[in-house]
Design a protein around this ligand. Structure first.
Ligand code: MN
Length: 715
């Protein structure tokens, strides 16, 4: 392997920075970071034999290629300082460079501390840290990508064993992440470098073949390039046009799928860059009118961008001498996005706005991010989590379309049921059939790239347990499972209806009498609801008890108060049971009573007394073995409480929510995000000291603009 030393000079890097960082103060900040790093790494030598500082210099150089902002460049110079033995702490950094730069350095350091291994436990850590890094600041991941790219370029200096491990890490984790963030430049170089170390023979074989056919190809490409360019000039379309080299890795991939080298027609490739979107289509029309397009090879990623924001027109035409040419047509801005993905914000926005823009792009546009967030929210075992990230997020995804043309990204092997759940869990739940490219297919049909998928639903239909056996995505599988276990709105309503009818039968109250038009109005006014379904929902989820409803119309009879026996207080117990001591008492986990709630005890068969909130709907289904209980005022326990927070937006406010709740001095055990009717809904499990603290929290949450309402969950 060639040992070309990349002798980078600080002068060269400073010039690359100056090209777009024009503010003198900003430049000095970056230079200061360089000098600081140089001093701290002084005396350290890389395995390549160079001074250590050459590594940060190279990383920064790579980052200037995507117009990284000032804090990112500062952090890139400093990124190895905490990890290497540099005699420098995070506090030192913060004093010198401020919080933003320091938190970027800390983020990168956290990622570097995990050493890649195929062992799952390492992977779990790795993915989780990447996820956290992404949700905190995507710039951390971009620095990490540049870091690893330079390490891959100097991989020859490492022992063979380490080479393979690093190359695997690059290929299996970092390149796919670069791809999903749309940073094509870095992705493609990482892949080629990895292939070189993992399958040297294949790599050099392809490189050699490419080299051999290069002259011939160049002549053909140049001729075609000239013809197309003349054609566009004739129609007065300003353009740039260039031949395009396919990466060795992408050729390797195609060969791997059984294609012959000579058949890989997109070896001949052109890229045309024009000024406006309209000119893209214009140019396409002009080219198609002269060169016959190959059927089914045309793709419009302008109207339907890829999930990683990529936009371009793709077509394959019969060019000169019968050669097939793959042509891409896009605007300058699309080209920037195609090369740099999320990092293109740096080039196209004011540098200072770019950070926010990147953040919202990460959160809103990248399905990748969402998919990972969703996965980390599903209740998966660590092993399931890793496999799902690998399968669903990082590898082998297919893109299919809704009938309206929205792109949905799915793992290979996904079925119409996976598709339906990805669109919306309600669609998934009510699926009765699927039509793919105008043909009816079975629900376990394996979707193919570019399929157009229409789901037929019936609002009365429910999921089938059998689906669990063939769905591919953890999201669909979990939601199907949870349909059979968890309470969705519809399930609540049905249960509310059932409980109401049952209670009325038991009390011999005719339905039409309780819900006569006048009574209905009184009940609805009293409970501030509009329709019967709302009432069922409230009864179903335990917000209102059926007795409360009945009592609105029929005033309750005086209760005969049982004579209370003297109470013995056990200071250790948080519940006091009338007349009994030394009995096993537990808090019901359907309604999770907390200190201060109105409570009722239920005498179970054999496992003591379970304490429910007095409005818990489960009490209605239990027979009359209740017993009076009360809280021990001296209790100092923390109680589990489950909240459902309905937001009024699709935005992911999870991080903010966690902050707001933590600010109330409340511990969060778990937070999940799901979508219901197009808005984000959060399920939060917290620990509180009692009703007082909980009510205070509810009050605070009520003030947040993106929150619609908050409910305590009763299962
Ligand atoms: Mn490094």
């Amino acid at each position: 392997m060639t040992k070309t030393k990349d002798r980078i000079t600080s002068k060269e890097v400073m010039e690359a920075i100056k090209k777009y960082i024009t503010d003198e103060d900003d430049f000095l900040k970056i230079k200061n970071a360089y000098l600081f790093a140089k001093e701290k790494h002084a005396g350290q030598v890389r395995k390549t034999g160079e001074d250590y500082i050459s590594h940060p210099l190279n990383v920064v150089k790579i980052l200037t290629g995507v117009y990284a902002d000032v804090p990112t460049l500062e952090a890139a110079f400093l990124h190895d300082i905490l990890e290497q033995d540099c005699n420098c702490t995070a506090d030192d950094l913060e004093r010198e460079f401020g919080r933003e730069v320091t938190s970027l350095v800390l983020g990168v350091t956290k990622l570097s501390n995990i050493h890649f291994s195929t062992e799952n436990e390492y992977l779990i850590d790795y993915y989780k840290k990447i996820i956290v890094g992404m949700s905190e600041d995507v710039r951390v991941i971009i620095i990490k990508l540049a870091d690893s790219l330079h390490n891959m370029r100097t991989l020859w200096a490492l022992p063979k064993e380490r080479q393979k491990a690093k190359a695997n890490e690059a290929l299996e984790i970092l390149a796919p992440i670069a791809d999903h963030l749309g940073i094509h430049k870095i992705k493609s170089e990482l892949e080629d470098l990895a292939l070189r170390y993992l399958k040297g023979e294949v790599f050099y074989d392809i490189a050699e073949k490419l080299n051999k056919s290069k002259l011939e190809r160049n002549a053909t490409v140049n001729e075609m390039l000239q013809e197309v360019s003349n054609l566009l000039n004739k129609h007065e379309i300003n353009h740039e046009i260039k031949g395009r080299a396919k990466s060795i890795y992408s050729i390797y991939n195609k060969l791997n799928k059984g294609k012959k080298f000579s058949d890989i027609y997109d070896l001949l490739a052109l890229r045309i860059i024009v000024n406006t979107e309209q000119e893209c289509y214009l140019a396409l029309g002009i080219i198609h009118s002269k060169f016959r397009p190959l059927p089914k090879r045309f793709k419009d990623y302008i109207a339907m961008p890829k999930p990683n924001m990529y936009q371009s027109l793709h077509t394959t035409v019969f060019g000169i001498d019968g050669y097939l040419f793959e042509i891409q047509i896009r605007t300058h801005e699309m080209d920037e996005v195609a090369e740099n993905g999320i990092a293109s914000h740096w080039a196209y926005k004011e540098q200072r706005d770019a950070k926010e823009a990147m953040k919202s792009t990460t959160e809103q546009k990248l399905q990748f991010f969402k998919a990972i967030m969703e996965l980390s929210n599903e209740k998966l075992s660590n092993e399931e989590f890793v496999n799902s990230v690998k399968e669903e997020v990082l590898n082998n995804n297919i893109y299919v379309f809704t009938p309206k043309g929205d792109v949905i990204e799915l793992p290979r092997g996904a079925t119409p049921i996976d598709f339906a759940y990805k669109v919306h869990s309600k669609v998934g739940e009510t699926t009765v059939g699927a039509i793919v490219n105008n043909c009816i297919v079975p629900l376990n049909y394996e979707l193919q790239n570019n399929d157009i998928v229409k789901i037929n639903t019936n609002k009365n239909s429910t999921p089938s347990k059998e689906w669990i056996n063939f769905v591919k995505t953890a999201g669909a599988r979990n939601r199907i499972k949870s349909f059979f276990t968890k309470n969705e709105r519809e399930v609540y309503i049905e249960r509310g209806k059932y409980l109401t009818e049952k209670a009325l039968r038991k009390k011999k109250i005719p339905f039409n009498e309780l819900f006569s038009p006048e009574n209905t109005k009184i009940i609805f006014d009293e409970l501030k609801i509009k329709k019967l379904d709302d009432l069922y929902l409230n009864i179903g989820n335990g917000k209102t008890s059926i007795n409360t409803v009945i009592h609105i119309i029929y005033k309750p009879e005086e209760k005969i108060v049982k004579k209370k026996a003297p109470v013995k207080i056990d200071n250790n117990a948080d519940i006091i049971v009338s007349g009994i001591d030394n009995v096993k008492v537990s808090l019901a986990n359907c309604c999770n009573p907390i200190f201060g709630d109105d409570i009722i005890g239920y005498i179970t068969k054999g496992s003591g007394i379970t304490v429910h909130r007095s409005n818990c709907h489960n009490l209605a289904t239990l027979d009359d073995r209740t017993i009076e209980v009360s809280w021990n005022e001296k209790s100092a326990k923390k109680y589990v409480s489950n909240l459902i927070i309905y937001s009024n937006t699709r935005d992911n406010n999870m991080v903010d929510l966690v902050q707001k709740i933590s600010m109330q001095d409340i511990n969060i055990e778990r937070i999940n995000m799901v979508f219901q009717r197009e808005v984000a809904v959060y399920e939060v499990t917290i620990y509180v000291s009692g009703l007082k603290q909980l009510n205070n929290l509810l009050l605070q949450l009520d003030k947040i603009s993106y929150i619609d309402k908050v409910e305590r969950l009763i299962r």
